[in-house]
Structure formats: structure tokens, C-alpha cells
Design a protein around this ligand. Structure first.
Ligand SMILES: Cc1cc2nc3c(=O)[nH]c(=O)nc-3n(C[C@H](O)[C@H](O)[C@H](O)COP(=O)(O)O)c2cc1C
Length: 151
């Protein structure tokens, strides 16, 4: 179940790092910035140039995706099974408009959707929260750190 907080994080920070396993059993992690939540148990990203992740999921559908709110330093680990849905399918055609709405012309470069049927969602947070840090403090700290990088 993708709850309200997970939805917020994925909408505001749609860069998910997808962990999948190759046919040789080698773990691979690869960033995808085109994630959308489709419903309470489904999310998906656009395959633009992800041959490795795509091949892995076609061999072994199990995957985990991590999203992080880099200001709050909180995130979610989403476990599930990924299915590659090619552009010449009705399902792709019925869904691709959602990507056009958000990413405009970039959607034309999506040649398949990778649709993840979600089995579990776990929260993840940075250790300073264990010591009593507040969200407001974390946001202020990381706003200033990122402003130093890109003033
Ligand atoms: C910030 C960021 C966002 C990205 N978003 C996507 C994406 O949404 N779809 C995609 O296919 N590739 C995306 N890429 C590119 C792939 O991650 C990259 O081509 C990668 O090497 C593919 O590896 P793989 O074939 O093992 O998945 C993104 C890369 C970065 C750095």
C-alpha cells in the first residue's frame, strides 16, 4: 500500500533508485527520474535508456526502489515486481498521457513503461532523528548545504 507520505515523497522527489538483480545474480542500482504513482499498489517509470534494469526485470521481476526527500532526510523503500510494458500495447497507450502531462516532450522518448506491482513500502530516515532532531531542523540544514553548493 502506497500511503499518503510515500505518495508525497514520490511526487516531490520522483528520482527513485531501482535495485534489480542480473541473470548472473549481480545486484544493480540505477536512478530513474520519471516515476509516477498510478494507484495505491502501483508505480511506474519510463524506460528511456535503461537496458540493464529492463533486462534484469525481464529475467527476475523482483526489485526495490528507494526515494528520498533530500531536505527532510526521510524516504521510502518500495518493494515489488516490475513488468516491462512496450509502446505497442494498449496498456502503454492508455497510460503514457500521464507522463506527457508531467514531462512534456520527454515522454516521446519513453519506449516502454516499467510498471511495478508494489508488495511493501517501508519508511527510512536519517539517524539524527534518533537523537531528537526535528524535520524543521533537517530542512533548514539541508537548504543551507544545497545553497552552498548552488548559491
Ligand atoms: C537523475 C537521473 C535520472 C534518470 N532518469 C531516467 C529515467 O527516468 N528513465 C531512464 O530510462 N533512464 C534514466 N536515467 C538514465 C539511466 O539511469 C542510465 O542510462 C543508466 O545507465 C541505465 O542503467 P541500466 O541500464 O542499468 O538501468 C536517469 C539518470 C539520472 C542520473
Amino acid at each position: 500500500m502506497i500511503g499518503a507520505e510515500a505518495r508525497r515523497i514520490i511526487k516531490e522527489f520522483p528520482l527513485g533508485v531501482v535495485a534489480s538483480v542480473s541473470a548472473q545474480g549481480v545486484p544493480m542500482a540505477s536512478p530513474k527520474g520519471t516515476f509516477l504513482v498510478l494507484d495505491d499498489t502501483t508505480l511506474a517509470f519510463g524506460d528511456i535508456r535503461s537496458p540493464g534494469t529492463r533486462a534484469n526485470l525481464e529475467f527476475n521481476a523482483a526489485c526495490e526502489v528507494v526515494f528520498v526527500d533530500v531536505f527532510r532526510r526521510k524516504g521510502v523503500r518500495v518493494q515489488g515486481h516490475g513488468e516491462v510494458v512496450a509502446a505497442d500495447t494498449e496498456r502503454y497507450q492508455s497510460l503514457i498521457g500521464n507522463w506527457r502531462d508531467v514531462w512534456g516532450d520527454l515522454a516521446a522518448r519513453i519506449h516502454a513503461l516499467v510498471i511495478i506491482d508494489v508488495a511493501g513500502v517501508r519508511p527510512v530516515s536519517t539517524p539524527p532523528y534518533d537523537d531528537g532532531a526535528s524535520e524543521e531542523e533537517m530542512i533548514a540544514l539541508y537548504k543551507s548545504k544545497y545553497a552552498e553548493l548552488y548559491p
